[in-house]
Design a protein around this ligand. Structure first.
Ligand SMILES: Nc1ncnc2c1ncn2[C@@H]1O[C@H](COP(=O)(O)OP(=O)(O)OP(=O)(O)O)[C@@H](O)[C@H]1O
Length: 804
């Protein structure tokens, strides 16, 4: 009876829990997690996890209906907000593409990997396959353990459908960090990935993380209370990038020809009903509150403040009940940017607990407490399941108490019976009393036995005792009593387990970044976010990619900074054009007499039209970026097309990134927040207007150049005053161990900042004055008006030069 009542009481929570038990890695031991993971696969067998997804139907772009969700939601994001990616872009070949092709035999493994990415980006599959063969051959020669198997995603344990997606996206071979982190994450262990910028960390965590989730995901659509994957990012732009990669990995197809809801740039609903959502700014929070934005979502990409804001709402649409994997991208940046909300959110997500007021204080804590009350998470609310659990616990406590009393009575009765050689009566009476006790909770409101009932039972027991005559009977009754006692203990243990675990196992946590520090890991351990984490450290995390040059552009004072930048940018352009001319001449000489293939001609034409220099300029703040934008645009007119990336809300940052990725713009003016994680193609120069705050920041800024697929290297330039130079030298040379070239523009008489700049400035101002003088003499009547115009023009010119 009691068992059936437990079954009834826990019925409302049984299904999700049963699913979690069979599918989630609940303990810290890796071996246990592996076992549980295997169990997951068995549990998911009703729709085999290795089932291929519905084909990523590239034709769906022209036939929106084919991928439209049944809900009628937009299947594709707004076209105007789309970040294009390689397969939608005209292919751009690096200037040294021919050199790459010629030197495959001399390349080391890393260069081959890079060359492979270049070949794939260029859709030169013949070359890609040659490089692939060469890479496999080299790896086999090196006798590395990894090479005994084919070096692909499937061999690492990634489900076939996902391995196929990764390869189609151009991730043909997993990079080193991907090779090393994938098996660890697949084992279910908490993981810390630390490796240098641009090494492929995003796919290193997302590919295996996606492997951990249900696929197809609608196996339990009615049960889905919240996302299975939570990805925390430090910035809006990074969030957008991650949303897109997740969507593409899951098989989504985004095309500029597909329709989309302009108000909802993250409404990605892909094949098999996959939903990826971003909660990265107020607009998404509002959408989530207003509608079904988060309903049935599989992966949520969020900044901590926005996710916490959502969680804090009285009727929060966000629940972490179904969470399986949490990926924390750039933990150090998250801690810097969201010192209070990051910790609270992690506590809420990992422990499914309301953030404590001590960790946050103030309004955040109050909001979080309100969120805890309002959240749909049963572990954090007093809903039906919780009420049932409380009732069950109370019942069991009473049961335990009664059982003890009963045992005492039974023991006394048994002793008396033994002494009197007629103990069976008392024993039977005890058994009957126990029967009664066990039956009691099932009767509604029957908390306590009535004296009459007890009397009746005792009478009947006494009667039974009188009838019992043999020792065998006594023995049976004792055994029965012991059995019942055992059952009761078992039920108590089950109830305690149900009550103790609150109520789900900890999600797997993956911390990832180029500069994850020991302090970050210690914090994560102390807060219980990770348990026995496995550290995957590749190369020298915290280092900038090899092959980059570092330069200090030294100016005489703060007011000369923009001028120094302009001057240096012009020099870069001149140098790049000269190098391109030389390369073209060399290529022409090499191909002299050989007939050019149509493909080669096409490549050359593309190279001629490609911007020779692609630059990111980091201003020191948003205000500085705003101030610098117009003077820079004016000064670089004809040399560079500017795109300005400010961390404002709405679509503006996406449009700015779009323009730069799309090669409409060749210079991206950004703020320090863009230093993290942004993956922009073929950046040749990264400039900082002023000293970066610290070496970590320098590393991240530098990492925007020299990414996988970029064979062009890159130059990292910092425009500093003479006073700031020693600090930069300390940062770059001492802390990071890099070589820093110093170019003092004025002292070396280079560029406009030197005599040329001053002469030009003087000349222009003089011209303006002369014109003004002539106007004054010759045009008496219109004097007033024209004077005013000239004055304005001169003032504009002065302003520009002052800023420069
Ligand atoms: N296996 C692969 N093969 C080819 N290209 C890859 C592979 N993995 C990732 N890439 C590409 O390499 C580039 C860098 O990857 P990613 O942005 O993940 O680097 P990261 O280590 O996260 O850098 P950061 O530290 O700056 O965030 C991206 O353009 C990505 O598309």
């Amino acid at each position: 009876m009691l068992q059936s009542s437990i079954g009834r009481l826990s019925g409302s929570v049984a299904r999700p829990k049963a699913r979690q038990r069979c599918s989630l890695a609940g303990n810290s031991s890796v071996a246990q997690r592996v076992r549980q993971r295997n169990a997951t696969r068995v549990c998911r067998a009703s729709g085999s996890p290795t089932d291929p997804p519905p084909p990523a139907d590239d034709s769906s772009s022209s036939n929106p209906a084919s991928s439209s969700p049944a809900s009628g939601e937009s299947a594709e994001p707004s076209t105007s907000y789309l970040l294009p990616w390689e397969d939608e872009q005209p292919k751009q070949l690096p200037a040294n593409y021919e050199a790459i092709k010629a030197s495959i035999l001399q390349m080391d493994n890393n260069q081959l990997q890079t060359a492979l990415a270049v070949a794939i980006a260029a859709e030169d599959y013949a070359l890609a396959s040659r490089i692939k063969e060469r890479l496999q051959q080299k790896l086999a020669e090196s006798g590395s353990a990894v090479v005994s198997k084919p070096m692909d995603w499937a061999a690492l344990g990634v489900p076939e459908w996902l391995a196929d997606r990764a390869e189609r996206l151009g991730f043909l071979f997993p990079t080193e960090v991907q090779r090393r982190s994938t098996p660890v994450i697949l084992s279910g262990a908490d993981t810390v990935i630390a490796s240098e910028t641009g090494s492929g960390k995003t796919a290193a965590c997302l590919v295996p993380a996606l492997s951990q989730l249900d696929y197809p995901p609608q196996l339990f659509p009615e049960d889905l209370e919240g996302p299975q994957l939570l990805l925390l990012v430090p910035s809006f732009e990074l969030g957008v990038q991650a949303c897109l990669l997740l969507f593409k990995l899951w098989g989504g197809n985004i095309s500029s020809r597909s329709p989309g809801d302009p108000a909802n740039m993250f409404s990605y609903t892909g094949p098999a009903g996959i939903k990826v959502r971003g909660v990265l700014n107020d607009e998404e929070v509002q959408m989530a509150v207003a509608g079904r934005y988060l309903q049935g979502v599989h992966a949520l990409v969020a900044t901590p403040d926005m996710a916490l804001a959502l969680l804090s709402l009285p009727d929060s649409p966000l629940s972490f009940q179904d969470l399986r994997v949490i990926v924390v991208d750039e933990m150090d940046a998250l801690l810097d940017a969201y010192p209070a909300s990051f910790g609270q959110l992690m506590d809420a997500a990992v422990h499914r607990a309301a953030p404590s007021s001590s960790s946050s204080g103030g309004a955040d804590a109050a909001a979080a407490a309100a969120a805890a009350a309002a959240s749909g998470d049963p572990s954090r609310q007093s809903g039906t399941a919780q009420d049932n659990m409380a009732k069950l616990t109370a019942l069991l406590e009473r049961q335990q108490q009664q059982e003890q009393e009963k045992q005492q009575r039974a023991a006394g009765d048994a002793a008396a019976a033994a002494a009197a050689a007629a103990g069976s009566a008392s024993m039977a009476a005890a058994a009957a009393r126990l029967e009664g006790l066990l039956a009691a909770p099932a009767a509604a409101g029957a908390d306590e036995q009535q004296p009459e009932q007890q009397q009746q039972q005792e009478n009947s027991s006494a009667a039974a005792g009188e009838q019992a005559s043999s020792e065998q009977q006594q023995q049976q009754q004792v055994e029965q009593l012991l059995q019942q006692q055992q059952q009761l203990q078992q039920l108590q243990a089950e109830a305690a387990a149900l009550e103790d675990d609150t109520p789900m196992p900890k999600p797997q946590v993956v911390l990832v970044g180029a500069t994850v520090s020991d302090n970050d890991i210690t914090l994560a351990l102390n807060r219980g976010w990770v348990e026995e984490p496995v550290l995957v450290r590749v190369g020298t995390a915290g280092n900038v990619p090899a092959g980059l040059k570092h330069r200090a552009v030294v100016v005489a004072g703060n007011e000369k900074r923009l001028g120094g930048l302009v001057s240096s940018l012009r020099k870069d352009l001149t140098d790049a054009l000269a190098a391109a001319d030389a390369a073209a001449a060399a290529a022409a000489a090499a191909s002299h007499g050989n007939e050019q293939q149509p493909g080669q001609q096409h490549q050359q034409q593309q190279q001629q039209h490609a911007a020779p220099v692609r630059v990111i300029v980091f201003a020191t703040s948003e205000v500085d970026a705003q101030r610098a934008a117009e003077p820079l645009r004016a000064a670089l007119w004809g040399d560079h097309m500017l795109s300005v990336l400010l961390p404002s809300t709405g679509a503006e940052p996406i449009k700015a990134l779009h323009a730069f990725r799309d090669r409409v713009a060749s210079l991206l003016l950004a703020t320090p927040s863009a230093a993290r994680g942004l993956d922009l193609p073929a950046v040749s120069h990264v400039y900082s207007l002023g000293l970066p705050p610290d070496a970590t920041d320098y590393v991240h800024r530098a990492g925007r150049a020299g990414r996988i697929g970029s064979t062009a290297g890159g130059e990292i330039c910092t425009v500093v005053t003479r006073e700031e130079l020693p600090a930069l030298q300390k940062m770059v040379e001492e802390e990071l161990g890099l070589q820093l070239e110093c170019v003092d523009l004025e002292r070396q008489g280079l560029g406009l900042l030197g005599s040329e700049y001053d002469a030009a400035r003087q000349g222009l101002l003089q011209e303006g004055e002369e014109e003004q003088g002539e106007e004054q003499q010759g045009q008496g009547q219109q004097q007033g008006m024209e004077e005013k115009q000239l004055e304005n023009a001169r003032k504009g010119l002065e302003d520009l030069f002052n800023l420069l």
